[in-house]
Design a protein around this ligand. Structure first.
Ligand code: SF4
Length: 143
């Protein structure tokens, strides 16, 4: 069964600043496992490079509930791009049968504990991480 992987962990230059977050531990895992690279922010329609974004008034689960939004540092509301990216990433999980995802730490899309949000603890779920949890996809953090 394939595993979904944040593409930036594989060396794909899909980060907001046009760089990557290559992670050798992740590379070792996918050398032995079928994998599908995903970049939720690109799949949602955002360009690369792009302005970085923060989740306002909550975290990724609040975005999915309609109680928070995602704003780029340029002031653009990019909430719909982030939600669409989560949905399209999950579409690939359904099509491929993937039940696990290796996702980049700290990202407001992929992270399980992103600091780019507004929660009591200062950390929260990224939008795609929250979507995956809601749909039973196991997440392994990396990077
Ligand atoms: S952390 Fe996720 S959304 Fe950000 S560049 Fe990597 S794959 Fe794309």
């Amino acid at each position: 069964m394939p595993v979904l992987v944040s593409a930036c962990l594989l060396g794909v230059r899909c980060r907001y600043d046009g760089s990557h977050n290559i992670d050798q531990n992740t590379i070792q895992i996918i050398n032995k496992t079928p994998f599908i690279p995903i970049c939720p922010e690109q799949l949602g329609g955002l360009s690369t490079p792009r302005y970085p974004s923060n989740i306002i008034s909550g975290d990724g689960k609040d975005v999915l509930n309609g109680n928070a939004k995602v704003m780029s540092i340029s002031g653009e509301d990019v909430t719909e791009f982030f939600i669409k990216g989560a949905e399209e990433s999950y579409r690939l999980a359904v099509l491929s049968g993937a039940k696990k995802a290796i996702l980049k730490k700290r990202s407001p899309s992929c992270g399980l504990a992103t600091p780019y949000c507004q929660t009591y603890s200062g950390y929260g779920l990224g939008v795609t991480a929250a979507f995956f949890i809601n749909h039973g996809i196991e997440i392994i953090e990396a990077g």
